[in-house]
Design a protein around this ligand. Structure first.
Ligand SMILES: Nc1ncnc2c1ncn2[C@@H]1O[C@H](COP(=O)(O)OP(=O)(O)OP(=O)(O)O)[C@@H](O)[C@H]1O
Length: 237
């Protein structure tokens, strides 16, 4: 059996006055796992909990056998939020060299990750003058420093053209083939078929968990969007 990279048990998270996650449990093994669900269902909140950036009301979140967010996980986990988190006044290469030093990662790794996100030709450009899609790939490159064993990506393909989207999904699978858990959130259902496993989320709960074909077969739907609607209507009935 494949080892669990992520173990979440009875996780309850309250934000403001709302119980956003009312008690989630899940295991994630290596591979590309898609976290899908409508806007506001709690995807980002779950991802924040996985990287230790979210206060938990109760329950536990373990990553690679350590409590989420603990010091030993610092270089073993990569996280990309929806907002680019790099320095606009530095070049692509300068950003990567800076973060490589902060993380204590080899300088050569900085060059590798720039190439892997397709930005080698832009490495001497100032980040503030790049397009939105290029900037978000700089954040992704930072998250890839040190070859993390868990990579958490919040809507990483928003605003990218089809060729880049295809290339990035190829990259996610190569990373997963190396034994990492890559967790990708999306509300674009047509990206679901690119995942090894899907977690469909609604109102803070996982309403389906399986491969894309398992979920389609179980619901008798032609695609994941139809399957999701079927599940939502079934749950409401
Ligand atoms: N800082 C906050 N304070 C209070 N409530 C919040 C806060 N951030 C998010 N929420 C609430 O938590 C719920 C889940 O939000 P979350 O960002 O996890 O959803 P999401 O599924 O990632 O949505 P999206 O796809 O739009 O990014 C929403 O109802 C939102 O209003």
């Amino acid at each position: 059996m494949m080892k669990n990279i992520i173990e979440v048990r009875d996780l309850v998270v309250v934000r403001g006055s709302q119980e956003v996650l009312p008690g989630i449990s899940l295991d994630v093994t290596p591979g590309v796992t898609g976290l899908l669900g409508p806007s506001g269902c709690g995807k980002t909140t779950l991802m924040r909990a996985l990287v230790g950036a979210q206060r938990l009301r109760s329950g536990s979140v373990e990553v690679l056998g350590e409590p989420a967010g603990s010091a030993p996980l610092r270089t073993r986990v990569g996280y990309v939020t929806q907002a680019a988190s790099v320095y606009d006044d530095l070049t692509v290469a300068e950003n990567l060299t800076f973060f490589a030093r902060v993380l204590g990662v080899e300088r050569s790794s900085a060059e590798e990750v720039v190439a892997s996100v397709g930005l080698a030709d832009h490495r001497h450009q100032v980040v503030g003058r790049l397009s939105g899609g290029q900037r978000s790939r700089v954040s992704l490159a930072v998250a890839l420093l040190g070859s993390p064993e868990m990579l958490v990506l919040d809507e990483p393909t928003v605003g990218l053209d089809p060729v880049l989207r295809r290339d990035l999904w190829g990259l996610f699978h190569r990373i997963a083939d190396g034994g990492a858990a890559v967790l990708v959130s999306s509300h674009v259902m047509d990206e679901a078929e690119r995942c090894d496993r899907l977690l469909l989320m609604r109102e803070g709960r996982i309403i389906a968990d399986g491969t894309p074909s398992e979920i389609r077969t179980r619901t008798g739907a032609a695609d994941i969007e139809q399957a999701f609607l079927h599940l939502v209507e079934g749950a409401a009935a």
